[in-house]
Design a protein around this ligand. Structure first.
Ligand code: C2E
Ligand code: SIN
Ligand code: SIN
Ligand code: FE
Ligand code: FE
Length: 637
């Protein structure tokens, strides 16, 4: 009785406590003397009065009563308890044995909270869908008075409060300079923060944004080892370390969801952007009319960069002024009166400093917003100016305007640069009247940079050792050259190799990243990836001739492959070459479903599969040209 961990209380027929062991005193916070002056009603949720009396008699008649109850402590707090009572262990004496299960309850609560967030996120497809869902859940699940999600602007390093709710609502869209404020510190250090008395803390950059709260917790959002942002909650009452742990678990799920959505969105956007580049290219080629070309360009710019309006200012050399040439999305014509000297306004700065200038809040950008009057009715918030540079010379500025804040990511900025490059080329052409000598090389480079970015995103998702795609593309080219394929065709083979597994974008993570073998149903889905690739790429005219590899790289020489079961020379040559290289590199690499094989074993396997999986001629040449390879001994990494 004295030494057991369980709390034990004895009560008489009138529910008065007649004994309590030390564990009971410790659990409830009363001394034994105090408990002996108390009744069951004082501690348990049993109602006082008539009903309570009746329930107590019912318990005695039944002989026992078990359950989970909330008990009241002396200090006013409560404790979740597993409660077992046995009536009449001797006549007139009733025993209860109580075990503290607060911790277990807390864990259950956390598990439920995590399940709620995870299932709420399941229907959120894009990054923009995910962020508000998470912040709303934080308010509910953590009983927070304020909640926010902050990220880091890739261009300026500023901390941006993308979503802010409750007491933090007035902080929405606020930007703080790099590393400033608690959010900025958590993002730059990756360390969680908790304070239960923020008024005595010096770290806050803008305490005015925090509303009427006393306690604040902030945890980092970490994606693949990199901190991309932070979650914050605020309360008027204490935040316990249990709450921080839960917040951290939610941050984990959120970071994963953001990562997944970002990769997926990037891929979709890349397809659209590639098409946009092609449209612009076709226009430049077809037209000698600069104004027409710029209008097509601005139409693509506003659509694919997601901004309300855009214009092009051209540098007028004699006066060294930037003058309006074309615009899209403006409410009035006022913008057409733009004329800025090179040291004037944000556009002047972009031209003079030859770099992209981003202004998150135009109205607050002070005297540099020289066209404030001109643009008064437009209600623009965000501004970007990109210099147009051709052959080292400033041609003008591409300007973007948006009526809401913009949250640019590195891909967005790269695409803006690419489009600015296109615009500069178009202007340069028109100015020199030599459209025939226009640099097709630069355009090809813009396309290929886009494709390469895209294939890197694919490797990332597949968790393939970095560089798998680059390696197989290079080796495929070498082999193709040896087979005597001509240079014009090699360009398409290279693109096809870079995009070979683009169709895996359509395969769910649960299958793609599964650590073990696939089930029959999972194989059915996995085997669709070449057909998905065909569907994604065939609408893009420019990639038509690169389709052979993405569509046919899993066909087998003996006809046992997929998706069409093609056989022998019925399989396009590019795909026959590529299949050997892909399997070679795949087997040498670690996969979620097995570790990499040693090189000799891989070569033996390739040799053995000649005439079955692979074209025997390709295998022979492959083994010959890789036999002397220096890099062959080291594992791909
Ligand atoms: P992947 O991992 O890029 O592999 C490409 C091809 O390399 C495979 O095409 C197969 O021909 C060859 N290969 C890769 N690993 C092995 C291996 O351990 N043994 C042998 N004999 N060949 C191998 P396949 O089989 O059509 O698979 C296509 C894709 O399906 C794979 O691409 C991978 O993403 C997935 N996959 C295949 N098997 C499994 C598995 O057991 N578990 C999981 N989670 N995924 C698998
Ligand atoms: C933040 O915590 O980063 C925003 C508020 C502040 O630091 O003052
Ligand atoms: C600029 O100055 O170049 C853009 C914003 C403005 O009108 O001042
Ligand atoms: Fe594949
Ligand atoms: Fe591959």
């Amino acid at each position: 009785f004295d030494n057991t961990q369980d709390a034990i209380l004895l009560a008489d027929d009138e529910a008065r406590y007649v004994d309590a062991n030390p564990a009971a005193c410790a659990l409830l916070g009363y001394s034994r003397e105090e408990l002996l002056r108390m009744t069951v009603w004082d501690v348990t949720p049993l109602p006082n009065g008539e009903l309570g009396q009746e329930l107590w008699r019912a318990f005695i008649a039944a002989g026992k009563q078990d359950g989970e109850y909330t008990l009241h402590r002396k200090d006013g707090t409560t404790v979740e308890a597993d409660y077992r009572a046995v009536a009449s262990i001797v006549p007139g004496l009733h025993l209860s044995v109580i075990r503290d299960i607060t911790e277990r309850k807390q864990r259950e609560h956390e598990r439920e909270a995590i399940i709620i967030v995870a299932s709420a996120l399941r229907t959120a497809r894009t990054r923009a869908d995910i962020l508000p869902v998470v912040v709303d859940q934080l308010l509910n699940l953590l009983q927070a008075e304020g909640a926010a999600l902050a990220t880091q602007d890739p261009l300026s390093g500023e901390t941006v409060f993308e979503v802010a709710r409750g007491e933090f609502a007035r902080g929405a869209y606020t930007r703080l300079p790099l590393g400033e404020g608690v959010g900025g510190q958590v993002i730059s250090t990756g360390q969680a923060y908790l304070s239960n008395d923020i008024r005595s803390e010096p770290r806050f950059a803008r305490p005015d944004l925090l509303g009427d709260i006393r306690a604040l917790a902030c945890v980092p959002l970490i994606v693949q080892g990199r901190t991309i942002g932070a979650l914050l909650i605020g309360r008027k009452t204490q935040i316990a370390s249990d709450d921080v742990r839960l917040l951290d678990a939610i941050a984990d799920i959120t970071a994963n969801a953001i990562h997944r959505a970002t990769l997926h969105e990037q891929t979709e956007r890349n397809v659209q952007r590639l098409t946009a580049l092609h449209t612009i290219d076709t226009t430049i080629t077809a037209s000698f009319d600069l104004r027409l070309t710029l209008n097509v360009l601005l139409d693509q710019v506003t659509t694919h960069l997601g901004v309300d309006a855009a214009d092009v200012l051209l540098l007028h050399i004699p006066t060294q002024t930037l003058e309006y040439a074309a615009g899209h999305g403006f409410r009035t014509n006022a913008i057409a009166r733009t004329r800025l000297r090179l040291n004037e306004g944000h556009a002047g700065r972009a031209a003079l400093e030859r770099r992209i200038v981003g202004i998150p809040n135009l109205p607050e950008s002070g005297p540099a917003f020289v066209r404030a009057q001109l643009l008064a009715g437009e209600n623009f918030i965000a501004y970007y100016g990109a210099p147009l540079i051709a052959k080292g010379q400033i041609k003008g500025v591409l300007e973007l305007f948006h009526r809401e804040p913009i949250h640019p990511d590195p891909e967005w900025l790269r695409f803006l640069e690419t489009l600015a490059g296109q615009a500069a080329i178009a202007i340069d052409d028109a100015q020199l009247f030599d459209s025939l000598h226009r640099s097709h090389d630069e355009l090809a480079m813009a396309y290929d940079a886009t494709i390469e970015g895209w294939s890197r995103a694919l490797d990332l998702r597949d968790k393939e050792t970095e560089g798998h795609t680059q390696r197989v593309a290079e080796l495929t080219l070498r082999l193709a050259r040896e087979m005597g394929i001509d240079d014009a065709e090699l360009v398409h083979i290279r693109r096809g190799a870079l995009l070979h597994d683009i169709g895996k974008m359509g395969i769910p993570d649960s299958i793609l990243l599964k650590p073990g073998p696939l089930s029959d149903e999972e194989w059915v889905i996995m085997k669709k990836h070449p057909a998905f690739a065909f569907d994604m790429l065939s609408p893009i005219a420019y990639l038509q001739r690169a389709l052979d590899i993405p569509y046919c790289h899993h066909e087998r020489w003996n006809g046992a492959g997929y998706p069409r079961g093609l056989k022998g020379e019925g399989i396009p040559l590019a795909a026959r070459i590529f299949a050997v290289v892909d399997v070679y590199d795949a087997l040498r690499s670690d996969r979620p479903y097995r570790p990499g094989w040693p090189d000799e074993k891989v070569r033996e396997y390739i040799r053995e599969q000649a005439g079955q999986h692979f074209d025997p001629q390709v295998v022979e040449l492959f083994l010959t040209i890789t036999a002397t390879d220096e890099t062959r001994g080291s594992t791909p990494s």
